[in-house]
Design a protein around this ligand. Structure first.
Ligand code: SF4
Length: 499
């Protein structure tokens, strides 16, 4: 946050939902009159200033409380371009202060019963329970200071229903939950791809596309209203895929979902047989066509979704503590962004996702393999490469216009030399073929990192679904499973090459 931003610092506080006593009212007014001008406090009721290097995270237009979204840049917030990304500022300051590991703790979503109320009351009550003498002697010595402060603040920021921490939690099951997990565990370099969910309620084209890509990929992703634009829902597409004997990856975006709907949907999805789930925070409604959806804070972020879903699976509990007799079983994934902000920052964010429950990553688009290596090196330093499978995101560029558009998207780095190649190809009327050749070159380069943490490719054809078979085949990655199980498809492909 810039040094002094009066407009932001006096943004309205959230309003409390209930009647308050005179004492509560007085404390709330006092807290707001101190923290408002100093930190731009909005009275979220669960203060994280101590964890976020004294920068209020509630300035984030998505209300993210566990780190930046995939669109974070050092320059500005992509939802509100009039301000910098508050999470970039928090990460930057935390690294400068040597407090970056504090950011690893998985923090809870807002407790809406507390929103709008003071945080100080809970802190004071907790300090009172510990006792002034004990606190004073604990703060006196450097070796007990951190523990004493944690004793005061931790119960406030980590309520009983959440209990977030900074540790890695290995999955509590042994057999692979899905075929995708089985293949990855067996050491196969896999392909997954996206198939675009239809705009209409007809499934004809969807079925054709699933059938077309099925022999070439280990699993098919269905995006969840990408760019905040309504289409057929991801779980309906996943059901259609299972009817076609294809393995789906259900994408669940935190945007437009509450903690309640996330839990009920995962129970329903796994009851239907869906075994791969990818949690994303989701594009802001800013990217949607008008009239826009709700654009302010999300109820959960992707990290909180991972934490909730992992605990439902491994501890058999809903967030409210109710037991789940037959817990859902799934292979849990998340998105990773090698080119958002700074590789060091992103690696910390990816580590937090792994700790929260991510078992596989599907990355944002990669056009710069050297840049990807920098990010991998940072992940290696954080010691997480043996805890997560990484599928590198690749997109075949279909036209010069698409290349130009991609080069402006936060979180995507399209090098100048690729743009120039597409310009030359466009003049020669050969842009599509050049886009395919670029994708194939990138895939071959990425394959060179299969011993350094990359376990496969995630193809994102962005509506060009029919190119998937050619890319997988021309990249030379038809698996033995596919050759054995789909001889007819192989023959069909061989004929198409002869034509
Ligand atoms: S985290 Fe919540 S309580 Fe703390 S300064 Fe920000 S809005 Fe206020």
């Amino acid at each position: 946050m810039p040094g002094f931003t009066p407009g932001r610092r006096w943004q309205p506080a959230y309003s409390p939902f209930q009647k308050e006593s005179f004492g509560e009212h007085a404390l709330r007014v006092l807290e707001y009159s101190v923290k408002g001008p100093l930190f731009g406090c909005r009275m979220c009721g669960n203060c994280l200033l101590a964890e976020t290097a004294l920068i209020c995270p509630m300035e984030c237009p998505k209300g993210l409380r566990n780190g930046p979204c995939g669109g974070s840049t050092s320059e500005y917030c992509y939802v509100d371009e009039s301000r910098p990304c508050v999470w970039y500022e928090i990460y930057d300051r935390s690294f400068r202060w040597g407090r970056e590991d504090v950011l690893l703790e998985v923090l809870p979503p807002l407790d809406w019963e507390k929103v709008g109320k003071d945080s100080w009351g809970a802190i004071l009550r907790n300090a009172g329970r510990i006792g002034v003498k004990k606190i004073f002697s604990g703060l006196l010595f450097a070796e007990t200071r951190a523990q004493t402060l944690d004793g005061i603040f931790r119960p406030v920021r980590q309520p009983d229903w959440w209990q977030g921490d900074s540790k890695y939690h290995a999955p509590a099951y042994a057999e692979p939950a899905s075929d995708l997990q089985r293949r990855l565990a067996a050491g196969e370099f896999v392909f997954t791809c996206e198939v675009t969910p239809p705009l209409s309620s007809s499934t004809d084209k969807l079925i054709r596309n699933i059938d077309m890509v099925k022999p070439y990929v280990a699993a098919v992703n269905f995006t969840d209203n990408q760019s905040a634009t309504p289409r057929m829902t991801s779980w309906a597409c996943s059901q259609v895929a299972m009817d076609q004997d294809a393995e789906p990856v259900l994408q669940m975006s935190a945007r437009n979902r509450s903690r309640g709907s996330v839990q009920s949907e995962i129970i329903g999805a796994t009851a239907l047989g869906i075994r791969n789930v990818l949690c994303v925070t989701g594009d802001s409604a800013k990217m949607s066509p008008s009239p826009r959806d709700q654009m302010d804070i999300n109820d959960l972020d992707a990290i909180q979704m991972l934490w909730v879903l992992r605990r439902m699976r491994d501890e058999g509990k809903y967030l409210d503590g109710r037991e789940i007799k037959n817990p859902p079983m799934f292979f849990l994934g998340a998105a990773a962004s090698p080119f958002s902000s700074n590789p060091k920052f992103q690696a910390l964010r990816e580590q937090k996702k792994v700790n929260a429950g991510a078992q596989f990553f599907q990355t944002n688009l990669i056009f710069d393999v050297d840049g990807m290596e920098l990010w991998l090196n940072e992940l290696a330093k954080r010691n997480i490469l043996d805890k997560v499978y990484i599928l590198a995101g690749v997109t075949p560029i279909k036209s010069l216009k698409m290349a130009q558009k991609l080069s402006t998207i936060p979180g995507v780095h399209l090098p100048q030399h690729i743009l120039e190649r597409m310009e030359v190809a466009d003049h020669a009327g050969n842009a599509q073929e050049e886009g395919v050749q670029i994708a194939l070159e990138i895939i071959r380069e990425i394959k060179g990192y299969d011993k350094q943490g990359i376990h496969g490719i995630h193809l994102m054809p962005i509506g060009w679904d029919e190119i998937v078979p050619r890319i997988v085949r021309d990249a030379g990655f038809i698996s033995k499973d596919i050759q054995i199980n789909n001889p007819a498809r192989e023959l069909e492909y061989a004929h198409s090459l002869e034509k």
